[in-house]
Design a protein around this ligand. Structure first.
Ligand code: NAD
Length: 381
């Protein structure tokens, strides 16, 4: 029997539309026994709503006021994708209203906001709450996750994880809320891209002990969209060198987490590289089919290039040899949210959204990184 979970969306911008589109093609996942139905939408900007009401016949409520959506008993769960300065208040209100929540990263504009969200979750243990993170659902990353679970890497030598953009290299790009401290937060690029780069290492248990961060603000003013210039104060790029512990061996290893908005030539590159004594693996969305694996059993050290197809955590109607992309990752992530909500645990260790506890570790790391930048010192996480 198919179970339906009725959703509201708060924040109908870029990411709200991705969820609506995923929900509209749920039949893509033939083995799911739970599906989302979007019954309510909310955005303070009325212009965002017609795309939804034109395309989703299930919508019964469209409002500018998220409190009205939360007062709607038909709404059982909420996807919230709003600017970072609104996370604390709106997420806490959603949870206190007894609605399940998939919230967006960074899950609070700063550590104090994240702490407040986690306290609210602790007071409402009947509510299922997760943070969005879609990149682990690329089939190559699922394969790497299986290697981690099988202890295939041996002793971890080094892990490099990151997320790079390049469109901010253009100094003529007008400023928006993601480039302002008041709405994006002091973390800057780490708040925007950091959780994506942290998720797989944290899930593997590779938790930073300390960090030396080098943060850069490369373009310090941008067109304000009204003919003038506005200060652009957020960190554009962040390079974090962390000491992490391998839970299996108890030994330390270097973990680098790089997030950059100004990475020349990179459009939307999420990457992960793991080097161990028995195996190494690397993947980048730059070449989203390609998984590279080196297995060391003595003798020649050879990188194998594996062409991944559509081998997904949640069975898809797409043929196994066909390519996988961003919107497929979003669909898989949504499947994981609903699956875990109903079943009580992820289908596989690396096929789950980020947990609130994982977001808390990311906030400890980014807060330590800000201090490291200020003091030019290594800071305990
Ligand atoms: N998972 C990902 O890959 C990914 C990608 C981009 C952004 N994000 C995250 O998603 C969130 C939103 O980013 P976006 O790119 O969708 O931004 P966006 O600017 O495209 O959309 C945000 C929407 O929220 C609306 N909004 C603002 N205040 C509101 C309020 N009080 N009530 C209701 N709606 C309100 C805005 O009008 C806007 O339409 C952020 O937390 C961001 O970090 C995640």
């Amino acid at each position: 029997m198919m179970k339906t979970i009725r959703f509201g969306i708060i924040g109908c911008g870029l990411m709200g539309r991705e969820f609506a589109s995923a929900a509209a093609r749920w039949s893509h996942l033939p083995d799911m026994n739970v599906r989302p139905e979007i019954v309510a939408i909310c955005d303070t900007n009325k212009a965002m709503l017609p795309w939804y009401t034109d395309n989703l016949p299930s919508i019964e409520q469209a409002t500018k006021d998220y409190r009205e959506l939360l007062a709607n008993d038909a709404v059982e769960a909420v996807y919230c994708a709003v600017p970072h300065n609104l996370h604390e208040q709106i997420y806490c209100n959603i949870i206190s209203a007894g609605k399940h929540l998939l919230g967006e990263k960074p899950f609070g504009i700063d550590k104090a906001a994240n702490d407040a969200i986690l306290s609210c979750i602790a007071e409402h243990s009947d509510v299922f709450v997760r943070c969005s993170s879609e990149f682990p659902f690329f089939p190559a990353v699922q394969r790497i996750g299986e290697m981690i679970e099988a202890d295939a890497f041996g002793r971890v030598i080094e892990v490099n994880s990151g997320f790079m953009h390049s469109s901010d290299l253009d100094p003529a790009k007008p400023i928006n809320w993601k480039r302002m401290i008041a709405s994006c937060g002091e973390y800057g690029v780490m708040g925007d891209l950091g959780m994506h780069a942290c998720h797989v290492p944290f899930r593997a248990g590779w938790i930073p002990r300390n960090v030396r961060a080098v943060l850069s603000n490369i373009i310090t003013e941008r067109p304000d969209g009204k003919g003038g210039m506005a200060p652009c104060e957020t960190w554009d790029n962040a390079a974090l060198l962390c000491e992490a512990t391998d839970p299996a061996s108890g030994e330390m290893f270097p973990l680098t987490i790089k997030t950059q908005r100004i990475a020349p030539g990179e459009k939307n590159t999420w990457y992960l590289e793991i080097k161990g004594t028995n195996a190494a693996a690397r993947f980048s969305t730059r070449n989203p089919k390609l998984l590279e694996v080196l297995e060391y059993k003595g003798g020649e050290q050879t990188w194998q290039q594996i062409d991944t197809g559509h081998e997904t955590a949640f069975k898809s109607i797409t043929g196994a040899i066909f390519e996988f992309g961003f919107s497929d990752a979003i669909l898989q992530m949504w499947a994981s949210f609903l699956y875990e909500m109903v079943e009580g645990k992820p289908i596989r260790k690396f096929a789950g959204c980020a947990t609130p506890a994982e977001t808390a570790v990311s906030h400890r790391l980014f807060t330590a990184a800000l201090e490291s930048q200020r003091t030019a010192d290594v800071v305990v996480v």
